[in-house]
Design a protein around this ligand. Structure first.
Ligand SMILES: *Cc1c(COP(=O)(O)O)cnc(C)c1O
Length: 416
């Protein structure tokens, strides 16, 4: 073990100085990239201990890897979580989470306002395995309550839906979950854990696409599952046999020891290295991007031919109050606006000179996309309508450029 750091320090400081589990031979200040598949042992007895989980050595990198473990430990430090497990994409984190909690005959209660692949995962992939997904309005407590029954495996939501920008009241949902013995699982990709403390609002498990803010400029795909250890898994028909079997929660034990290994969607050491560097600057990058985003949204409201600007930190937004309560002054570095038609939206995209035409969120570069024809382009018009995806909407993911340069580009692209 490397030298300890003082418990008196803030999590932001601790994150930067997270000690290695083993002293590095060369005193490297960055965690080395252990691009190894397997690890050598001195004796058969030591191998047995490690392979049966009685000693902590790494044995095979699909199960654990020193560089990946270091990344997970840093996330654990900054979130105060009970356990953190990393994956090779956000979708892998989501899929593995539901492979852990759901079972044939079980159901998930969620909203139709979801990231496209997450929607498809619930509506199609899980359905084929006998798991029902109940899409309802999570901002209506009575609807949520009516959809929960004894086979409900989880309530799942995105904390700010994209591109609709719907925000459900987490404390209300957490209260329902607690009373009914159901875990609350949230995709928090849109506001990073340096700015939003999910556990304070009753979220039991947080899933994150670390591809977005954390990777530090769209360097790599990655995903995180953050278990706060707050849910009592004796309420889970599937996982209750695992309670008190190890220091891990029943959920993390099932995921770490079985699901994670069997699906093999582990984060690679190279990615863990890049995303560890990304974590170090996460808070400052987010601070800059959200300030620019709010500013840009306020200025875009005043432009001619812009019909509505959708950003929850603007005072006239329908979810302004709940947004302020949950996320403070800002609400993620993404906003949308509507133009007159699909044709006007395409023309705007084509006219951009600085802002890049690309999907993805929270790159260091600002990105624009027309969600209806791209991310949701293969869905039927009926499904798009049920998800409130409009043909007139443009989505902007705000990066680190100067506000004036971004505003000028948007203004000229609308004006032309
Ligand atoms: C991007 C995204 C995902 C999927 O993450 P990948 O890393 O692309 O697999 C899931 N949820 C949200 C909210 C996202 O923005």
């Amino acid at each position: 073990m490397e030298k300890e750091i003082c418990d008196c320090l803030s999590n932001e400081t601790k994150l930067l100085h997270e000690p290695y589990l083993e002293k590095d031979a060369y005193n490297s200040l960055n965690m080395p990239v252990y691009h190894a598949v397997a690890y050598d042992f001195e004796t058969a007895a030591q191998m047995e201990l490690a392979f049966t989980g009685k000693s902590p050595e790494h044995v095979y990198s699909r199960i654990s890897n020193p560089t990946v473990q270091h990344f997970e430990r840093r996330v654990k430090t900054i979130t105060n979580a009970a356990e953190v497990i990393s994956f090779n994409s956000g979708m892998a984190a989501i899929a593995n989470t539901f492979m852990t909690v759901a079972y044939s005959g079980g159901n998930i209660v969620t909203s139709p306002h979801l990231f496209g692949n997450t929607y498809s995962f619930f509506a199609s992939t899980l359905k084929d395995f006998g798991v029902e997904t109940r899409f309802c309005d999570l901002t209506k407590p009575d609807e949520v309550k009516a959809n929960i029954d004894k086979n409900t495996c989880a309530i799942f939501l995105e904390i700010i839906t994209n591109p609709q920008m719907e925000i459900a009241d987490l404390c209300v949902l957490a209260d329902i979950c607690k009373k009914r013995g159901v875990p609350l699982i949230a995709d928090t990709t849109i506001v990073p854990f340096t700015a939003f403390h999910a556990a304070d609002f009753g979220v039991d498990i947080e899933v994150v696409s670390s591809t977005k803010y954390i990777s530090g400029g769209a360097t790599s795909l990655g995903g995180l599952v953050i278990d706060y250890g707050s849910f009592d898994w004796q309420h889970s028909k599937k996982l209750n046999y695992l309670i008190n079997q190890s220091i891990l929660s029943a959920f993390s034990a099932k995921m770490r020891m079985e699901i994670y290994r069997n699906f093999g969607a582990c984060m690679t050491p190279q990615v863990a290295y890049m995303q560890t560097i990304g974590l170090e600057t996460l808070a400052v990058r987010y601070e800059r991007a959200v300030k620019t985003c709010k500013n840009l949204a306020e200025k875009t409201v005043k432009l001619p031919n812009v019909f509505s600007v959708n950003y929850p930190a603007l005072p006239n937004h329908p979810y302004y109050a709940v947004s302020q309560r949950q996320f403070g002054e800002y609400a993620g570095a993404m906003f949308t606006f509507d133009l007159a038609s699909r044709k006007a939206a395409f023309k705007f995209i084509d006219n951009l000179k600085l802002i890049r035409r690309a999907t993805n969120l929270f790159d260091n570069k600002t990105l624009a996309i027309h969600p209806a024809s791209t991310i949701f382009g293969t869905f039927t018009e009926e499904t798009r309508r049920s998800m409130d995806i409009s043909q007139n909407t443009i989505r902007i993911s705000v990066g680190l450029e100067s506000i004036d340069d971004l505003y000028n580009d948007i203004a000229q692209a609308i004006g032309k």
